[in-house]
Design a protein around this ligand. Structure first.
Ligand SMILES: [Zn+2]
Length: 750
């Protein structure tokens, strides 16, 4: 039976009157009243003490994929869900997870040095000295043993190689050393191999996350001298998940590729090291002085090489299949059980992983405890709620991808949304997701109060964005009722749901205060002790995240009408369309200007005559592209969205239940985001099907919006760019048609 609860101090405390009167998108006023009572009850349950105690337990031992600690955590999580009244099971997949059997990095000359390749334990932090830690390495590097001269390539992104080329330096046959940062790590060996390098070393420069950024652990929170960033170097922008079972779940009986046919493994051996191991290597590199922006934080002048430093890099792996344990828990829906809200956070870490992933996982567990308690008290979500704790996220989103691939057909019919979290610490709410969720997420952000400032998390974020915005963007920030969602690239488990299956997704978490977890990211120093000292000593943000994600799930599960709003989508896509047109124009202007300067002899005049840089290449000016199909589809989308949003606003403000046809409407609404996915996939990477959001082919986690068009323009593939304009236009038109059909259904509801 439903009881009335006092409004919690955390919800609505900033201005209860105003917020309490605001309609909740998707709910009729009567339903909103009941929803608010349950939300107030919900907010009384998650506690900072629980968050702390789960974190102590789940980060108490190394728990990477395939480890005894990982399995124990999965079983404990399943037990908690069951104790809280959920049905919960573990779904097992068999995935390729190479662990090194040999790692050797040696400077052979001019001086000798053997890299230590280990992170020492820290006094006062007992979990740093435990057995069972994975060594420092990059997962999905191929085996190799290479000896070659060393070249310093800065961050190792494509622009750095253009610079090297102009300096007349080739990495052909060399081992490159690149610092972490500026792109996803897997991009670095990929670009190095494309330029003919035979091996790749990645290191953490003290400028980026070490002593230049702050005091180092254990004094402060930043990366110590021997701290190493582990991580995957698989070709994630091509696809995520088990390299041997593309497109299908990695079950026992799945057909597997030969390893030699797995296209997402690296083409050259890769190894990550600390700056302490990098120092003698970098110091031994001669040749030209590295450009000013390439200088790092170590106390000597960085040179580019090649040589005289010569290194031997050898890595070998066991290439084993290991079980991934996904915990899947359910609360059944009472009216529309065939529609699912999926919520996930991974449970595996590289080592102890207090910040990554346990800080987000504890919020998910507190939501589950609260929802389970409310279910016993009589709360009945309209739709089914599925809570997942994924295994194997760190190697390459293995648990989530295999589950999404295994259940793709069901998910495409059932999934209303996927709500993700991962690392979480003090700071500002990160508001990322599909734009049809923008209204929903803004309303939630305006309801939950930031634990340290007393502002709502939405208000604090708006003010922070105003502080950081260029002048041209401030009027929009001040005048627009909703904060724009950040488009999602990759970097956590939302990718298979959003970008492979076309399921509307959100990625939520707090962060941004110093020192932040960047300094211990993927090292043995990401521990319970570190987290309590430097990330969130009160665990108040674990509770705050549970409120944000919990309310998001509750509203998705209980709204009369699935709470999508489409104006924000039209708005966002219109902005992206403007950007790609601008990109083409500025590219044309840049080419024209450079060609003109070549004609004028500018580059010959300014280069040092005694060590002349090569002249830049003369490019042909990009052709005009026909964006008319995109503009037409956008106009259709905009008008369909405006009509739906206004019909919906009227329905949501009228009392009385919405009658027959509601479930059909909701089933139809779920297919709108799906319309934005194109089954043929993006150019050269068919697994990625979303036409609006993708991780960049050459940036990794960073998002590329309208990726098919944008990346073709960036790469000068004009034919593909124009074809992609048509593909995106067709997807937008499909979405517009489905939105129009939904408007008709909504208008007809009794
Ligand atoms: Zn993570």
């Amino acid at each position: 039976m439903l009881r009335s609860f006092l409004l919690s101090a955390v919800l609505l405390s900033a201005s209860p009157g105003r917020l309490a009167e605001e309609p909740i998108w998707g709910f009729t006023p009567d339903a909103a009243r009941i929803e608010r009572e349950w939300e107030s009850r919900f907010a009384t349950i998650p506690s900072t003490d629980s968050a702390r105690s789960y974190m102590r337990r789940l980060s108490g031992q190394p728990h990477h994929l395939g480890s005894p600690g990982g399995r124990a955590n999965a079983e404990w999580i399943r037990g908690q869900f069951r104790a809280w009244g959920w049905t919960a099971d573990i779904e097992v997949f068999q995935v390729l997870f190479p662990v090194p059997t040999l790692r050797r990095l040696e400077l052979l000359g001019p001086k000798g040095y053997v890299a230590k390749l280990r992170e020492p334990a820290v006094p006062g932090d007992p979990t740093t000295s435990q057995r069972g830690q994975l060594p420092t390495y990059n997962a999905y590097s191929i085996d190799g043993d290479v000896t070659a001269p060393l070249v310093y390539v800065n961050y190792g992104i494509p622009a750095d190689y253009e610079r090297l080329e102009r300096m007349g330096i080739s990495v052909e046959g060399a081992v490159v050393i690149a610092r972490y940062g500026q792109s996803w790590r897997g991009i670095k060996p990929k670009v190095a191999a494309e330029h003919g390098a035979v091996g790749c070393i990645l290191y953490s420069d003290p400028n980026d996350d070490g002593y230049h950024a702050g005091d180092t652990y254990p004094t402060g929170g930043m990366r110590p001298a021997e701290g190493v960033q582990r991580g995957s170097v698989m070709d994630m922008p091509v696809r995520t998940g088990d390299p041997l079972t593309p497109n299908v779940g990695a079950t026992d009986s799945a057909k597997r590729l030969e390893r030699s046919d797995a296209e997402t493994l690296t083409r050259i051996p890769v190894l990550p090291i600390s700056w302490s191991d990098a120092q003698p290597l970098l110091q031994a590199i001669g040749g030209r002085v590295a450009p000013g922006e390439w200088q790092g934080g170590l106390p000597f002048t960085y040179h580019v090489g090649p040589g005289p430093a010569r290194v031997r890099l050898a890595v070998h792996f066991d290439w084993q299949l290991v079980p991934a344990y996904d915990v899947i828990a359910r609360l059944p829906g009472s009216v529309e059980p065939g529609l699912w809200i999926v919520r996930g956070n991974h449970h595996d870490a590289w080592v102890n992983g207090a910040a990554d992933p346990v800080s987000g996982l504890v919020a998910e567990l507190e939501e589950a405890r609260a929802l389970g308690a409310m279910y016993r008290e009589g709360w009945r979500p309209r739709r089914t709620i599925v809570y997942a704790a994924w295994d194997g996220e760190e190697p390459i989103l293995l648990g989530s991808t295999e589950w999404a691939e295994q259940h793709a057909a069901e998910l495409q019919l059932a999934a209303v949304a996927y709500v993700n979290s991962d690392e979480n610490e003090r700071g500002f709410l990160d508001l990322g997701g599909s734009h049809i969720l923008e209204r929903l997420l803004n309303q939630v952000a305006n309801t939950v109060v930031d634990p340290e400032t007393g502002l709502t998390t939405g208000q604090r974020l708006r003010l922070a964005r105003i502080a950081n915005a260029p002048e041209s963007a401030r009027a929009d920030l001040r005048g627009r009722p909703d904060l724009r969602l950040e488009a999602l690239g990759s970097g956590s488990d939302f990718t298979p749901f959003l970008q492979h299956l076309g399921i509307a997704s959100a990625n939520l978490g707090f962060g941004g205060e110093q020192p932040g977890s960047g300094g211990v990211y993927h090292s043995i120093y990401d521990t319970f002790t570190w987290y309590g000292r430097f990330a969130d000593s009160s665990h108040a943000y674990g509770r705050a995240l549970a409120l944000v994600t919990g309310l998001t799930v509750m509203r998705l599960a209980s709204a009369d009408v699935v709470p999508y709003q489409f104006g924000a989508l039209a708005d966002a896509v219109e902005g992206y369309a403007g950007e790609v047109k601008q990109l083409l124009m500025s590219k044309s202007e840049a080419v024209r200007e450079r060609n003109r300067q070549l004609d004028e002899g500018v580059f010959q005049a300014i280069r040092d005559p005694r060590s002349p840089d090569a002249l830049p290449r003369r490019d042909s000016v990009p052709p005009f592209l026909n964006f008319a199909p995109l503009d037409n589809a956008l106009a259709a989308l905009r008008s369909a969205a405006a009509r739906y949003d206004s019909v919906a606003a009227v329905r949501f403000s009228a009392n009385g239940p919405l009658g027959a046809g509601l479930s059909e409407l909701n089933t139809a609404l779920v297919q709108v985001e799906r319309a934005l996915a194109e089954p043929v996939g993006l150019p050269g990477r068919p697994w990625y099907q979303h036409t609006i959001y993708a991780p960049g082919l050459y940036t990794g986690y960073g998002v590329k919006t309208l990726p098919g068009i944008r990346e073709s323009i960036e790469q000068g593939q004009w034919g593909t760019a124009e074809a992609q304009v048509t593909v995106v236009a067709a997807a937008l038109q499909r979405a517009a048609d489905r939105i129009s059909a939904a408007s008709d259904m909504l208008a007809r509801l009794q």
